[in-house]
Design a protein around this ligand. Structure first.
Ligand SMILES: *Cc1c(COP(=O)(O)O)cnc(C)c1O
Length: 383
């Protein structure tokens, strides 16, 4: 049997045809496929605006910059995430304070967030970066209320959660990334994520001023928009108005993204099915803690994370049997880089305890029933 990864992309003949067609077109980059991808993705998540970028890390960087993060800006970030969620603040010269997680949802603990805010003078912090870990969406309405009381912006790193939703206090479903309550939401199109373009990412926002800055920073800080130019020497004329980057995605990646997007819902349904089968198989087993579930929420299941007593033994046994389970994540405050900035073991007991026990089992739409049965059998045998 081929090794079973924890996640992988799903590329169809339609995807390949869409890429080839774009390769034969007039534009490999800066062409019409980018606008189309942005429009369709914005519709998918219910956001007013979307800006496509070359990866989610770039998206996080320009979101932080657009929100005004600069030297000395203090931002509160979850430690249970990929490095980029905190690094984007550091790229801009800002300082990161980590806030511990909720032991059930694994999201930034709202009560601990309030403790940090209340124990510092008003105005100390400018914003928060939260991550819809594993695909479990934040109740953004609740975080917005806290943020407004303390004058904070919110970056939602939703790399795990396209297609997720929660139910607000009025009983309405709020799609992850619709930016009703977050200032910017960031998605990734890395192959292990829901929608794959090789490298790629998207930033959504409901704020037209942020939209403008995101577009500016994506392309060197350069604009050709006549209404914004200080003067106009002629048709060739453009101005670099701020220091930006080249964070553009290509048209053939956008074409792949558009094609992938048309199957995103089906992929999500399949992920739910796989999660239900794992839930069923592990139900009542007191050696395995399964993911937190709540009827008011649609979990996007980028990851299916269990907690077990002896994680290393299970990890090694699964690997020996061709199952490439993974650990998500080593908490960021324990990384040498962030330790050198003043963080230390013992600082965030909930996420540190989680890290000792967590393991991500294979979860992707093309995982077959037979493969999943095999994974379940191996987990039950070795746990
Ligand atoms: C994958 C991921 C990123 C980075 O995405 P790239 O597109 O690879 O830059 C950032 N944050 C989280 C939570 C991720 O899972």
């Amino acid at each position: 049997m081929k090794p079973i990864p924890y996640g992988r992309q799903h590329i169809t003949d339609e995807d390949i045809a869409a890429v080839v067609e774009t390769l034969k077109s007039d534009f490999l980059t800066q062409g019409p496929k980018i606008d189309e991808f942005e429009r369709k993705f914005a519709d998918y998540v219910g956001a007013p605006y979307a800006v496509a970028v070359n990866n989610a890390t770039s998206g996080l960087h320009i979101a932080a910059k657009a929100l005004g993060v600069g030297p000395g800006t203090k931002v509160i970030v979850t430690p249970l995430t990929f490095a980029a969620s905190a690094n984007c603040i550091r790229y801009c010269g800002g300082d990161v304070t980590f806030c511990d997680i909720d032991p059930d949802t694994y999201l930034m603990d709202a009560a601990k967030l309030e403790q940090i805010l209340d124990s510092h003078p008003a105005g100390t912090f400018s914003g928060i970066v939260i991550v819809d870990f594993a695909g479990y969406p934040h109740n953004l309405e609740q975080y917005r209320e806290i943020a407004d009381r303390h004058g904070l912006w919110i970056i939602e790193d939703a790399c795990h959660a396209p297609g997720a939703w929660y139910t607000d206090s009025k009983g309405e479903r709020q799609l992850t990334g619709n930016c009703r309550f977050a200032d910017c939401t960031i998605f990734s199109f890395h192959p292990v994520k829901h929608i794959a373009t090789g490298e790629g990412g998207m930033v959504t926002t409901a704020n037209p001023e942020l939209l403008e800055r995101l577009r500016l920073y994506r392309t060197h800080g350069i604009t050709k928009d006549g209404a914004k130019l200080e003067k106009n020497d002629g048709g060739w004329y453009y101005e670099m108005q701020d220091l930006g980057f080249n964070y553009r995605i290509t048209d053939f990646q956008a074409a792949l993204g558009i094609s992938q997007l048309s199957r995103a819902e089906a992929g999500l349904v399949r992920r739910q099915e796989i999660a239900r089968r794992y839930d069923e198989a592990f139900k009542g087993n007191d050696k395995i803690k399964t993911p937190y579930r709540c009827d008011d929420v649609r979990h996007a299941f980028h990851l299916y994370v269990i907690q077990v007593l002896d994680r290393k033994a299970l990890y090694d046994a699964l690997r020996a049997n061709g199952i490439m389970a993974q650990v998500h994540y080593v908490p960021l405050h324990l990384m040498p880089y962030y330790r050198a900035l003043g963080n230390a073991p013992g600082q965030l007991p909930v996420v540190e305890n989680y890290y000792e026990h967590c393991l991500s089992l294979p979860m992707y739409p093309t995982l077959t029933d037979e493969e999943q049965e095999y994974v379940i059998k191996q987990v039950l045998q070795h746990v």
